[in-house]
Design a protein around this ligand. Structure first.
Ligand SMILES: Cc1cc2nc3c(=O)[nH]c(=O)nc-3n(C[C@H](O)[C@H](O)[C@H](O)COP(=O)(O)OP(=O)(O)OC[C@H]3O[C@@H](n4cnc5c(N)ncnc54)[C@H](O)[C@@H]3O)c2cc1C
Length: 396
């Protein structure tokens, strides 16, 4: 949509081919229905992919202020929560509608329920074959903005990867990202429903690879919540390469191990006639306490005075570093984005034009660029669309 608007604004005659019955269906489910459009603090570090130089170059000519200018030009008023930017109305549907109305105003030819099966490069431009249609559409330039295969939104089937590969483009392996992690550790059935502020560290083959702090959700299959989403792409990539992935959960990140040990020792000497479980009362949710004690090898009914200093130290370590082997991620349908995609060294970061096929542009999540939560993925989608639209219409 951003590509179509920009190409139209720059004088091109635009046709948008969309397989769903409306444009921009995925936008409706973004940001819990509020659409986190972009982020004021836009840094290369907030993106991942095999080629961070591409992202660095990309951001040089499409930062947060460029995104805000675009929203303002199409009538989207915005507001901020910290650095996160949302539409003033807090309605993702308003963003989708504003973009659709702008395409309409610019008289772009929008064709819905139109599934692109194949695109061929002819002597003069491209031939685009849509399902159930006798003759192909013709175009001088093509912008592939087909997204990834993440989410349950209809149309997220990864068909764009196939279209790009037919032009000789290659893919970095595509895995789910911003997704829940599954563990076979037995305790999760007992922990389901707990929400707690925690730090999640992701280890790949024993090496610390990513870390995030926020509201962790414990579920019957494993772990979820923002800090898990933020590290999930590294777990998915590791499992795809048959490496070992494990999350270490710090259930009390604002105290270091020595401080927690000190507090537990203080409680032990104050409350000799309390049980081990009662020592942890008010520090952790009640459902979590027996699991922490069992992991530390302690009986929850043991009297405080009977617990040795070494056992207290072990308990602190467990609370600060609760190891969760990761056996899998939830599937693509549960992921917000994909990690991996069309290799970015095959695309120009300033125009999004393919380096393999002149006149072909590749944008958005189809590319091997994924951002953390916070508006980065939509920012990249709008920005790459705008750059492609401008260049395809002949503007430098
Ligand atoms: C639940 C959820 C919440 C999210 N929240 C946020 C958020 O708040 N902020 C943020 O930055 N990001 C968020 N994201 C990620 C963001 O939505 C995506 O990164 C972004 O939409 C990608 O844009 P895109 O244009 O590349 O692909 P898409 O938005 O997926 O658009 C691709 C379009 O191409 C169409 N299409 C695909 N193949 C074909 C074909 N063969 N023929 C015709 N049409 C085709 C699809 O139907 C689709 O409409 C969220 C994602 C999900 C799933």
């Amino acid at each position: 949509m951003a590509a179509g608007i920009t190409a139209s604004q720059n004088g091109a005659s635009v046709t948008v081919l969309e397989q769903n019955d409306i444009l921009g269906k995925k936008i409706l489910s973004t940001g819990n229905g509020r659409c986190n459009l972009t982020n004021l603090n836009m840094k290369t570090d907030d993106y991942r992919g095999d080629d961070l130089e591409f992202i660095q170059e990309f951001l040089k000519d499409f930062g947060a202020s460029d995104a805000l200018d675009f929203f303002s030009s199409v009538g989207i008023f915005t507001k901020c929560r910290g650095d996160y930017v949302y539409p003033l109305s807090d309605q993702a549907s308003a963003v989708r509608d504003a973009l659709a109305m702008e395409l309409h105003r610019l008289e772009a030819n929008v064709r819905i329920n139109c599934y692109v099966e194949e695109i061929r490069k002819g002597k003069k431009g491209f031939l685009i074959f849509c399902a159930g249609e006798q003759s192909p559409c013709r175009a001088d330039k093509v912008i592939l903005a087909a997204g990834s295969k993440a989410s349950q939104v209809p149309g997220s089937n990864g068909s764009g990867y196939v279209l790009a590969e037919r032009f000789g483009h290659t893919l970095s392996p595509v895995v789910p990202s911003l997704v829940q992690l599954i563990s076979q550790k037995k305790c999760f059935k007992k922990l389901s429903g707990i929400r707690i502020t925690a730090q999640v560290s992701l280890y790949v083959d024993g090496k610390l690879t990513a870390r995030d702090t926020g509201e962790l959700q414990l579920t019957d299959y494993g772990v979820s919540g923002i800090p898990v989403f933020q590290v999930s792409r590294y777990a998915a990539k590791a499992l795809d390469k048959k490496q070992k992935a494990a999350a270490a959960i710090d259930f009390i990140p604002h105290l270091d191990t020595a401080e927690l040990t000190g507090e537990l020792l203080r409680r032990r000497s104050l409350w000799k006639k309390r049980t081990a479980a009662e020592l942890l009362n008010t520090i952790f949710p009640s459902k979590l306490i027996p699991v922490l004690l069992s992991e530390a090898g302690l009986d929850k009914q043991a009297w405080a005075e009977k617990i040795s200093e070494n056992q207290i130290r072990k308990l602190s370590e467990v609370c600060k570093c609760f190891t969760v082997p990761v056996s899998d991620t939830k599937p693509f349908s549960r992921a917000q984005v994909c990690a991996g995609g069309v290799r970015t060294d095959e695309v120009c970061p300033h125009t999004m034009e393919s380096k393999l096929v002149k006149g072909l542009y590749i944008t958005g999540e189809l590319l091997d660029v994924d951002g953390i939560c916070g508006g980065y993925n939509l920012h990249f989608a709008w920005g790459s669309g705008i750059k492609a639209g401008k260049h395809a219409a002949g503007k430098k």
